[in-house]
Write a protein that binds this ligand. Sequence first.
Ligand code: C2E
Ligand code: MG
Ligand code: MG
Ligand code: MG
Length: 279
Amino acid sequence: RAKENGRSCYAFYQSEMTDLVKRDAELAHLLGSAQIRQQLYVEYQPQYSCRTRALEGGEALLRWRHPEQKIISPQVFIAIAEKRGMIDDIGLWVAQQVCSDASRWFSNQLEFGRISFNLSPVQLRSEEGMKALLQQVGESKVPLSCFEIEITESAYMDASPQTLALLDSYVSEGMGLAIDDFGTGYSSLVALRKLSVSRLKIDQSFVKDMLLDPNEALIVSATVSLGHALGLNVVAEGVETEEQLEKLCSLGCDSAQGYYLNRPMSAECFESLLQQKKQ
Ligand code: C2E
Ligand code: MG
Ligand code: MG
Ligand code: MG
């Protein structure tokens, strides 16, 4: 009996695996196709000051509107793009998009503060890819100080010394560098010592449990202290309630981002928000 069960479980597992592999292959094929450029777009999620609640900037988040499968999460398709060697192209496209949106806002005198975008660990391993991407950002009409790159602690660990030096040269000219999902990766503190980081992003998992679990609140509080001791700005991700925002403010966190404040939105909507702010 047990054996039978075992076998059927195994069979089920196998077919699930095959489905996943098939889906991966299909998505990879579509990602590599010519139409993909029309299906990708960037959304922006605003970031606010905890204390004044003024808009301080936004994070660019990549979206894929698949013709049949609605919207596919970047967590799914970025992993595929990384495995298939397509992430450098896609990442460069994101940077181009961000630069072109930011240039438009900048020439229209819309104050967007700072726009950040995410880099995959795989992008950080390619010196050529990083050169092209940073050059793109550097050649934009917008000052470097209006851009910020988000990398995870683990991405830092994988990067070559050449790439890190390259990144550092842009940071020393004013570009922001944030450690994303801070506290969830490996070797957080080494990254802080070796890189000229400007910002820590407290991972949303800590924010989520902060009001229920005193230990999580302590971690948030310690992260804020660490960040401030190092002269860094600290932003919390995944803020979903007023209570969380107030707690973060009382713990001294500088900025906040989350569904409670705004969901990620199209470039057009973000632009309207900037227009409203101007009035
Ligand atoms: P991330 O950089 O940590 O981005 C934050 C994620 O949290 C986003 O998910 C955002 O939509 C979501 N989020 C924001 N506020 C809330 C909230 O209040 N509650 C909850 N539950 N979630 C919230 P998204 O857009 O699905 O992106 C997932 C991850 O995919 C990102 O995590 C980032 O690692 C990656 N990603 C997104 N765009 C890009 C990109 O252009 N390039 C690369 N390499 N990675 C990207
Ligand atoms: Mg991010
Ligand atoms: Mg994050
Ligand atoms: Mg993340």
